[in-house]
Design a protein around this ligand. Structure first.
Ligand SMILES: CSCC[C@H](NC=O)C(=O)N[C@@H](C)C(=O)N[C@@H](CO)C(=O)O
Ligand SMILES: [Fe+2]
Length: 184
């Protein structure tokens, strides 16, 4: 599901509102600060986030069909974690600020400029909407430093599901080579 193609949303109804509420519930319960629909098995262009990470604190942001139209040349490294890779944190470089066009939960268009942690979370989730994962953006050295943790996750997946992992850690090296900032 994380690598599948995601579809734009055209219907702004009660089902969408319910999905958004369920995504916030999952995000807060799992100590997240952002969540994309493909992470909960729904392949559509939808993300929710709240950099405060606590219900009732900070601002809850919902972006439907977001488009990133400007990213700063200045980039920053940040020790990122992903809810789809529990317990793994590693440095990822991303533009410091971004400008976005999106729709809200009612379908109304809006523009927003983000910097700091909100810009970081947005870009992490926006990548999910394109099937790009944070491991694809790590340098070889950083990826090497978390290799054993990734392999542990693979083993856990295989023993729980009885299935081989859909993509192996070694394949990620090849995929990463194909992903540049130009794909944002
Ligand atoms: C810095 S972008 C991280 C976004 C990510 N969303 C989806 O995968 C996420 O919420 N990751 C969590 C592991 C995370 O960053 N949690 C916070 C708060 O607990 C943390 O600092 O670990
Ligand atoms: Fe993630």
């Amino acid at each position: 599901m994380l690598r599948a193609r995601n579809k734009r949303i055209n219907t702004f109804d009660e089902n969408l509102k319910r999905l958004v509420q369920e995504m916030f519930d999952v995000m807060y319960k799992t100590d997240g600060i952002g969540l994309s629909a493909p992470q909960v098995g729904i392949n559509v262009h939808l993300m929710v986030f709240n950099p405060a990470g606590e219900r009732g604190e900070g601002e809850e942001i919902v972006l439907v069909n977001p488009v990133l139209y400007k990213a700063s040349k200045k980039t920053l490294f940040y020790d990122e974690g992903c809810l789809s890779f529990p317990g793994i944190y590693a440095d990822v470089e991303r533009p410091a600020s971004v400008k976005i066009d999106a729709r809200d939960i009612t379908g109304a268009k809006f523009k927003v400029s983000l910097s700091g942690l909100p810009a970081r979370v947005f870009q992490h989730e926006f990548d999910h909407l394109k099937g790009v994962l944070f491991i694809d953006r790590m340098t070889d050295d950083v990826l090497e430093s978390i290799q054993s943790q990734l392999q542990d996750l693979e083993k856990k997946y295989e023993s729980r599901t009885g299935l081989p992992t859909p993509e192996s850690v070694s394949n990620n090296q090849k995929r990463k080579a194909a992903v540049g900032f130009s794909q944002r």
